[in-house]
Design a protein around this ligand. Structure first.
Ligand code: AMP
Length: 397
C-alpha cells in the first residue's frame, strides 16, 4: 500500500476527500475549525512535494439539492487563511468549471470543489458520478475519516478508478493506527470504558470489545440496564427494559472470556432530569422510587480510577454521567483525569465515537490523551469491528 510519507506528489494532481463539514453560526462563520485544521498536514505535504490538491467534501445535509446556505465557498476562503496560500473554488464538484480549474492547476496550488452532496449521486454512490470525479485527479487520497463508514461516491466508489494510485491521508492513517493499537495487538492490560445514554447504541461495541479487552468499565445511563438486569432497583433511571436479557448475555460473555466487568456500585441520584434537581447519593442497585441515577458515585469513581491506572491501553467511549449538567459531571471528569494520568505514565489512550470526545475537550484534557478521534459514527462502527467501506476501498487493490 502507498503511504503519505513515501509517496511523491511532484507533478501530480491529488483528488483528496476531506471533511470540511465544519460547524457554522447563523451568519456562516466557522465556530469550530478542528476538522479544517486536521487536514492541513495532508494538503501541505501534497503542495510542498510539488503537487496540487483538489479538495472535495460535503457540508451539512442538502439532500441532493443545491442549497447556497451549505456552500463550501466560505469554507474555502477560511481554509485559505489557515494554509496561507491562495485557495481556488469551483462552483460545482463536477462539470465545466471544476474540470477547467482542475486542469489548470499548477504545482503547489489548491482547489476546493463545491459541496458534493448538492448531487444526489454522491450519497447514492453512483458509478458514473464517481468516474467523473475521478477524472479530475491523477491520485486519490482519502483523508475523511468522519465519512469512512459511508459507501458514498467520493468516499468509496471513486477509489476503484485509481487502482494503483490511492492512499490514506495523514488524518485517516492516524485514526486507523490508533484503532489498531487498541483492537489489534494492545499492550496489556487493556481496559475499555463504555458509557453514554443507551445500551441499544452500544451492543455491538460491547460485544466486540469483550473479545479484546481485559477489563470493561460500564458507566453512564446504560449502566442502569445492567444493574436492573442483575436484580437491582433503578428507580426512575433510564433503563431499556427490552435489553435486560441482552445485558445478562453480555455479563455472561464477559465472565466466559475472563473479562473483569466493572459496573457502578454507587450513584449520584436526582429527583428530576435537571441541573436544579435535588441530589443525593446511594448504592447503584438501590435507587429510590422517583429518583434517577445521573452520575457514578465516589466509590465507583475510585474503583474505575484504579482499573484505569493499572492499564497499558485504554479505550473510552461515552460519558459516565450527564456531564452537560454541573451536578452530574464529576464521574466523567474523574475518568477523563484518570485516563490522562495513565497516559502520562505511558499507557496508550484512545477516546472516540461519542460524547466522551466532547467531554475531554470541555474539561481541557484532549492534549493529554494519546489520540482523540475525529469521527463519531465512523469510530463507533469501527469499534463494532465493522469493515468501513471508505477504508476497504483504499486497501483493496
Ligand atoms: P452517547 O451519545 O450514547 O455516548 O450518550 C451521551 C449522552 O448520555 C450524554 O448526553 C449524557 O448526558 C447521557 N447520559 C450519560 N449518563 C446518563 C444517565 N445516567 N442518565 C441519562 N443520560 C445519561
Amino acid at each position: 500500500m502507498l503511504n503519505m510519507d513515501s509517496f511523491n506528489f511532484n507533478g501530480k494532481k491529488a483528488l483528496v476527500r476531506v471533511d470540511l463539514n465544519v460547524p457554522q453560526d447563523a451568519n456562516g462563520n466557522v465556530t469550530d475549525d478542528s476538522r479544517a485544521m486536521a487536514i492541513l498536514r495532508t494538503v501541505k505535504k501534497i503542495t510542498s512535494d510539488g503537487g496540487s490538491a483538489i479538495l472535495m467534501s460535503h457540508l451539512g445535509r442538502p439532500k441532493g439539492k443545491v442549497n447556497p446556505a451549505m456552500s463550501l465557498k466560505p469554507i474555502a476562503a477560511y481554509l485559505e487563511g489557515l494554509l496561507g496560500v491562495p485557495v481556488q473554488f469551483a462552483t460545482d464538484c463536477v462539470g465545466p468549471d471544476a474540470k477547467a480549474k482542475a486542469a489548470a492547476l499548477k504545482p503547489g496550488q489548491v482547489l476546493v470543489l463545491e459541496n458534493l452532496r448538492f448531487h444526489p449521486e454522491e450519497e447514492a454512490g453512483d458509478e458514473a458520478f464517481s468516474k467523473t470525479l475521478s477524472e479530475l485527479g491523477d491520485v486519490y487520497v482519502n483523508d475523511a475519516f468522519g465519512t469512512a463508514h459511508r459507501a458514498h461516491a467520493s468516499t468509496t466508489v471513486v477509489a476503484k478508478f485509481f487502482p494503483t494510485a490511492k492512499l490514506f491521508g495523514y488524518l485517516m492513517q492516524a485514526e486507523i493506527d490508533s484503532v489498531g493499537k487498541v483492537l489489534g495487538h494492545p499492550a496489556r492490560p487493556m481496559t475499555a470504558i463504555v458509557g453514554g445514554s443507551k445500551v441499544s447504541s452500544k451492543i455491538e461495541v460491547l460485544e466486540n470489545l469483550i473479545g479484546t479487552c481485559d477489563e470493561l468499565i460500564i458507566g453512564g445511563g446504560m449502566a442502569n440496564t445492567f444493574i436492573k438486569a442483575q436484580g437491582g432497583q433503578t428507580g426512575a433511571s433510564l433503563v431499556e427494559e427490552d435489553l435486560l436479557e441482552t445485558a445478562r448475555t453480555i455479563i455472561k460473555k464477559a465472565a466466559d472470556k475472563g473479562v473483569k466487568l466493572h459496573i457502578p456500585t454507587d450513584a449520584v441520584v436526582a429527583d428530576a432530569f435537571a441541573e436544579t434537581a435535588n441530589t443525593d447519593q446511594c448504592a447503584g442497585d438501590a435507587v429510590p422510587d422517583g429518583w434517577m441515577a445521573l452520575d457514578i458515585g465516589p466509590k465507583s469513581i475510585e474503583a474505575f480510577r484504579t482499573a484505569v491506572l493499572r492499564s497499558k491501553t485504554l479505550l473510552w467511549n461515552g460519558p459516565m454521567g450527564v456531564f452537560e449538567m454541573k451536578p452530574f459531571q464529576q464521574g466523567t471528569i474523574a475518568i477523563a483525569t484518570a485516563v490522562a494520568e495513565a497516559t502520562s505514565k505511558g499507557a496508550f489512550s484512545l477516546v472516540g465515537g461519542g460524547d466522551s470526545v466532547a467531554a475531554v475537550n470541555q474539561f481541557g484534557l484532549a492534549d493529554k490523551i494519546s489520540y482523540v478521534s475525529t469521527g463519531g459514527g465512523a469510530m463507533l462502527e469501527y469499534l463494532e469491528g465493522k469493515v468501513l467501506p471508505g477504508i476497504a476501498a483504499v486497501q483493496n487493490s
